[in-house]
Design a protein around this ligand. Structure first.
Ligand code: SAM
Length: 275
């Protein structure tokens, strides 16, 4: 298999990937903003917008790292809940709807939503927990050390599964997809956000220069770690393009597989369902 452009054994790849994220964990969030000029926030917002989770949904965020998707998920369902409560209150104020609002006395009574962040790297999860503490997030969030290829969860547990910028680091993508399918409930949705193939040739040229000449330098200056960031760039180039990844998802048993490009294909958002 490969580790960036290096050919390595499968066990070597897993331990090198572990090392990269152990090295970058403390600076991961700062580096994400610096390398993407903050655009990774918009890509993650787009994932939540497409997901449109409802109160009560259970999400598993694999390779969840420092919790970016999890925090957005909790924020999104909270805002949905508030919207539903406001709607219920306005029903109560309209006499003709009083009998309907009586059935929803607490504004919908939806069950609590929950998100489990699962990542193979303890250091990344440690930073995630610290972020949760500093934001005062105490409920609906748990952190689990686990491998995407062998998830420590029973079958049919989750309504939603996400993996953001994680799947290219996994040694056997097909095995991770099988595991995603296993832990999702029937009807559950898989979403993957990952770097992909830039479709515009001019943008592709600029992106190449930026990736190979700017990102490792930023890695060295901000995190003191040229090699880890060189790996990140190289691993992006080795990852299957949009159509290939769609094929892998379909081969693994997902239905209604679709993708759309963000920022001209710098990133693609794939989605599919377990039936
Ligand atoms: N999802 C987060 C985000 O978007 O900010 C973190 C993405 S980070 C680029 C990739 C993460 O994948 C790291 O936290 C790394 O530890 C994790 N990872 C790599 N291999 C993994 C595996 N086999 N199983 C679970 N997590 C893995």
């Amino acid at each position: 298999t490969h580790f960036g452009f290096e050919t390595v054994s499968e066990t070597e790849k897993a331990s090198k990937v572990y090392q990269v994220f152990e090295n970058v964990a403390q600076k991961y969030d700062v580096m994400n903003d610096a390398m993407s000029l903050g655009i990774h926030r918009l890509w993650k917002d787009a994932l939540l917008h497409v997901m449109h989770p409802q109160p009560g949904a259970r999400l598993l965020d694999v390779a969840g790292g420092t919790g970016d998707i999890a925090f957005r998920f909790l924020e999104y369902v909270r805002s949905q809940q508030e919207r539903q409560q406001r709607r219920a209150v306005s029903f109560q104020q309209t006499p003709s709807w009083r009998d309907v609002s009586d059935r929803y006395p607490d504004g919908g009574g939806a069950p609590e939503s929950a998100v489990v962040v699962c990542d193979i790297n303890k250091e990344m999860l440690k930073v995630g927990r610290q972020r949760a503490d500093s934001r005062g997030v105490t409920t609906g969030l748990s952190w689990v050390v686990g491998d995407a290829e062998e998830l420590p969860f029973n079958d049919d547990q989750f309504d939603l599964y996400t993996i953001a910028f994680g799947i290219r680091n996994v040694t056997h993508i097909d095995q991770a997809l099988k595991e995603a399918l296993r832990v999702l409930k029937p009807g559950g949705r898989f979403q993957c956000l990952e770097f992909s193939k830039v479709t515009n040739p001019v943008l592709e040229r600029l992106y190449d220069v930026y990736s190979f000449q700017v990102i490792p330098v930023l890695g060295e200056v901000i995190a003191g770690d040229w090699k880890s960031y060189q790996y990140l760039v190289e691993s992006i180039r080795k990852f299957p393009d949009q159509e290939e990844f769609q094929g892998l998802m379909e081969d693994s048993g997902f239905f209604c597989v679709q993708y759309f490009n963000l920022t001209g294909g710098v990133v693609a958002l794939h989605s599919g369902f377990k039936l």
